[in-house]
Design a protein around this ligand. Structure first.
Ligand code: G6P
Length: 612
């Protein structure tokens, strides 16, 4: 959802900014731009429509832009089509303020009208151009310092933003402001950096500051000063990033997505080991001690996208094992429907980035109602991680491909741990069963590796059936949750129309779309539902559908019905999603690659959606 980067130091800024933007391209890639200045010289701005490489070519890999202080941007369009004109950085009317922005300014029309009354004109359709002009306007009107003008703008603007701003009369300084959009700041000897995400600056420093909501900062060469919204200087603690920069590189794989699919066993294992030593699941660090667990009357899970699908699987697993009623909701719906949250409710917000605007708003709604909140989050120090009462960190490491894979699986492992622990503490399973479940959880990483071994067959299948128009995924119970994620993966990266259906629901409408050759993927891993799902698959088959069956080893009778079978290792039926989804991820990946697409950067999508 747009990436911003800033550099203020001794070296040439443009190549450093371009390199940083490359690491942020997963956040948006329809246009990009740079603004650089050399000492007290003019601020030079270059923008280009299309991928970052177009900007790199236009600036001769950054060499044609001279200066040691600058800002950069890679865009995911919200206001205004992708074009050079709408690309950032944006300049104010009198070229005194130049800025890059990640976020969305909700009241930009109103501010635009106000500025028009003061003879301001605009060259783009963006909300960002409105912001830079508002800052310039306040500077003049109140004869303000940069921090003063930014503060006034922050109070006037509604919406979300991470802003990096250059002022013409302040060479050697970059100003930052933040509300609800991520931003990280790094400082080393003689140099300072800011970016939307850590991989953009990790090469230069691991010592970072997190700037909070409604705070501002000024980057000098090797220093940073923070201010609150009242303009008072504030102190912040420096944090060290412990994961390796290499974790955010492709490491020999053709795409990040493939690398991340194969990192799943480790992501899942690390997440399990953060709360489980092989004998016990210990949730004390996330303040879920026995008394706390026993007091939970109801759980509401809120999330978006794949994280929502983890919630759907969690609903089945937690309810079945612990008998605590669970409701799962899309964060974008939850926040606007005046949700009823009861006493002793636990609200769990699941989010890889910890920055998804709707999930964050849902968390705030739960907190407003005084309910206990738990974040299951991957990005350390992100907004949801900081604002939730407690955080269960998934240890998936940085995830770069837009379509989530390893973070999804790590989230699943986190909810499995909660389910098993809740069940034991609440007396729904005995010590022996508890131990059996823990053993099964411990075996899952190895079994994921095993299920990934089938990759050549999936590649072959994708090559053969990649031209199908529609794909339907059907399953019951936990397998339905699996289908939701499998279908999303397919449509996000291969642009094939796909839908997930609860198998029993198919005959209430969707089956009318099945004709000769329609691809239907039936997931059937639940022993007690196997026969039922199989009958639904037979219904499809008798209407001419081409059937792919996914089941556990042992269910060999599926081959009498389906045209192509994918087997996954056997596990407890509560945990099969974690073994089935990796095969569906691979299928989506190969379909995408087969069509000549780039699965890491699907059109119109962004990794972290920080707008509503
Ligand atoms: C975007 C991503 C999805 C992700 C969703 C929720 O749409 O493309 O892969 O599942 O956001 O993101 P979160 O960071 O909250 O898990």
């Amino acid at each position: 959802m747009c990436g911003i980067v800033a550099y203020n130091g001794q070296k040439q800024a443009a190549p450093i900014l371009l390199e940083g933007l490359e690491k942020l391209e997963y956040r948006g890639y329809d246009s990009a731009g740079l603004a650089v200045r050399d000492g007290e010289g003019d601020i030079e701005v270059v923008r280009a429509k299309g991928r970052l490489k177009v900007l790199a070519e236009k600036t001769n890999e950054g060499k044609s832009l001279k200066g040691d202080c600058g800002i950069g941007h890679t865009r995911w369009a919200t206001h205004g089509e992708p074009s050079e004109n709408n690309a950032h950085p944006h300049e104010s009317l009198h070229a005194e303020v130049v800025a890059v922005h990640n976020g969305i300014i909700e009241n930009y029309q109103e501010i635009r009208s106000k500025l028009e009354r003061h003879q301001y004109t605009f060259y783009s359709q963006t909300d960002t151009e409105i912001a830079v002009n508002l800052i310039e306007y306040y500077r003049h009107k109140y004869d303000e310092t940069p921090i003063g003008a930014l503060r006034r703008a922050m109070m006037r603007i509604r919406g979300s933003y991470a802003l990096a701003v250059l002022f013409k009369d302040r060479p050697g300084e970059i100003y930052l402001a933040r509300k609800d959009s991520p931003m990280i700041i790094g400082v080393t000897e003689g140099e300072s950096f800011a970016a939307s995400d850590a991989p953009a600056i990790l090469k230069h420093t691991r010592h970072v500051y997190y700037i909070d909501n409604m705070e501002l900062a000024c980057l000098s060469k090797g220093g940073v000063t923070f201010y609150n919204i009242d303009g008072e200087q504030i102190e912040k603690e420096i944090t060290e990033i412990t994961w390796d920069a290499e974790a955010a590189e492709k490491g020999g794989y053709e795409h990040f997505m493939m690398k991340e699919i194969f990192e799943q066993p480790k992501a899942v294992e690390d997440t399990l080991h953060s709360v489980c030593d092989g004998q016990e699941i210990d949730l004390k660090d996330i303040h879920l001690d026995e008394e706390e667990i026993r007091s939970i009357a109801h759980i509401t899970i809120v999330a978006c996208g794949s994280a929502y699908h983890v919630g759907v699987a969690a609903q089945y697993v937690i309810e079945d094992l612990s008998r605590i009623p669970v409701r799962v909701e899309l964060a974008s719906e939850f926040r606007y429907r005046n949700p009823i949250l009861g006493e002793n409710e636990l609200v769990i917000v699941i989010s890889q980035s910890g920055e998804t605007a709707d999930s964050l708003a849902a968390l705030r709604e739960a907190k407003r109602q005084g309910v206990k909140t738990l974040g299951i989050v991957n990005v350390v120090g992100s907004s949801i991680a900081r604002e939730a009462d407690n955080v269960f960190y998934t240890l998936a490491g940085p995830e770069i491909a837009v379509a989530t894979t390893k973070a999804y699986s790590a989230q699943l492992m986190a909810v499995y741990c909660l389910a098993v622990r809740f069940a034991y503490v609440r007396g729904k399973i005995n010590k022996e069963e508890y131990k059996k479940y823990i053993d099964e959880l411990s075996a899952l990483p190895e079994k994921i590796s095993k299920s990934l071994e089938d990759k050549e067959r999936l590649q072959w299948f994708a090559a053969k059936f990649g031209n199908n128009r529609d794909i339907f995924y059907i399953g019951r119970g936990m397998d339905y949750a699996t289908c939701l994620e499998g279908s999303l993966k397919m449509k996000e990266i291969s642009y094939l129309h796909s839908e997930a259906y609860a198998a029993g629901e198919l005959k209430h409408g969707t089956i009318s779309l099945v004709e000769k050759g329609t691809l239907v993927i039936g997931v059937s891993t639940q022993n007690e539902l196997y026969e039922k799902t199989l009958s639904n698959m037979i219904e499809v088959k008798s209407r001419g559908g081409y059937l792919v069956g996914i089941t556990s080893y042992g269910h060999y009778s599926i081959e009498d019905t389906v045209d192509f079978t994918i087997y996954i290792p056997r596990t407890d039926s509560h945990f099969t999603t974690l073994l089935t989804v990796p095969s569906l991820q691979l299928l989506g990946y190969y379909m995408s690659v087969n069509k000549g697409l780039n699965p890491d950067k699907p059109r119109n999508l962004a990794k972290s959606v920080t707008v509503e």
